[in-house]
Design a protein around this ligand. Structure first.
Ligand code: GLU
Length: 303
């Protein structure tokens, strides 16, 4: 980049030399780089357990180390699975562990119009599907039964046609990834038979609306990433960066989850538990650090 002399001013360096410094270049360079904006998007189906704490810690640390913003979105789109009071307890818990978010918390239950507008925008790629759960069995792969019409069935869910092509992206932790949705998933649901919006649509619309540049989350969601990238393309939304962190497993090798009643982390905050989360993420936490603010100061400023 070339900067004309007209845009320069002189400054005194510490060595006593007078240097020419281009006015405003630093600000321009900063503005040219999109601001990092990360997020944590818990479903309020239970209290925060160690696995979800690790995901929150990873995304908060990544955002703050980049000097970026960190937003929280409560993914309460699946109302039947929402546990009353869980969203508030998750938020208090994040604060107790020193993770303070920027701006207002977004709630998916208040975003119905945005999801409906996105469905509209997807036009003819969306079609009604009349298949029942028992017809489809437990398979996640959809064979395209209603792709060419419902025959004499009643419409139940809404699905999106997927292309038979490989989607490519790079995960900052796992490296290059690819998936052909026509081979792995088939046409997937955007609006469920019970009338609720599907996670895949809601998450893409909201990450777009919140201007999220970087998604850091648990590796179980790697399997959703191709579907989300496909929807971003169709909705003309920028593709965020992805980093999937390893899952915390119990001693049976199963993923800790709210559904399997994983034990909640101490809600009042614990420096020991926070240190364990950092260690799980591969950080060598100095044992002398004993408080939550000091742990964060170290994690954000360490070289
Ligand atoms: N709401 C999802 C969950 O709690 C996370 C969604 C995401 O990070 O994309 O598993």
């Amino acid at each position: 980049m070339s900067v004309g002399a007209d845009f320069s001013c002189s400054i005194h360096s510490r060595s006593g030399l007078i240097l020419l410094s281009p006015i405003g270049v630093r600000e321009k360079l900063t503005a040219a780089v999109p601001t990092y904006r990360g997020r944590f998007a818990p479903s309020p189906t239970g209290d925060l357990h160690f696995g979800s704490l690790v995901a929150a810690v990873a995304s908060f640390m990544d955002a703050r180390r980049a000097g970026g913003e960190w937003l929280v979105r409560i993914e309460d789109v699946d109302t039947p699975r929402t546990v009353p009071g869980a969203a508030d307890r998750i938020l208090r818990c994040l604060e107790a562990y020193g993770m303070h978010w920027d701006g207002a918390v977004m709630y998916q239950s208040q975003r119905q119009e945005a999801y409906a507008a996105a469905l509209e925008q997807l036009g003819d790629l969306v079609y009604p599907c009349g298949c029942t759960r028992s017809e489809l069995g437990n398979r996640e792969y959809y064979p395209g039964t209603c792709r060419d019409g419902l025959a004499d069935r009643l419409p139940r869910s809404r699905r999106i046609r997927v292309p038979d092509r490989e989607l490519h992206w790079c995960d900052r932790c796992l490296g290059p990834q690819h998936e052909n949705l026509a081979a792995t998933i088939g046409d997937f649901v955007l609006k469920r038979a019970d009338g609720f919006w599907a996670y895949q649509l809601a998450v893409v619309v909201d990450d777009g609306a919140q201007g999220i540049t970087d998604i850091v989350r648990g590796a179980d969601l790697l399997a959703s990433t191709a579907r989300q990238i496909y929807l971003q393309e169709l909705l003309h939304l920028p593709r965020p960066g992805y980093l999937h962190v390893p899952l915390v497993l119990d001693d049976q090798g199963a993923k800790l989850s709210k559904q399997t009643q994983a034990r909640p982390v101490p809600p009042e905050g614990s420096a020991v538990v926070l240190s364990d989360a950092f260690r799980f993420l591969g950080e060598s936490v100095p044992s002398a650090i004993g408080s939550i603010p000091d742990l964060w100061h170290w994690a954000i400023t360490r070289p």
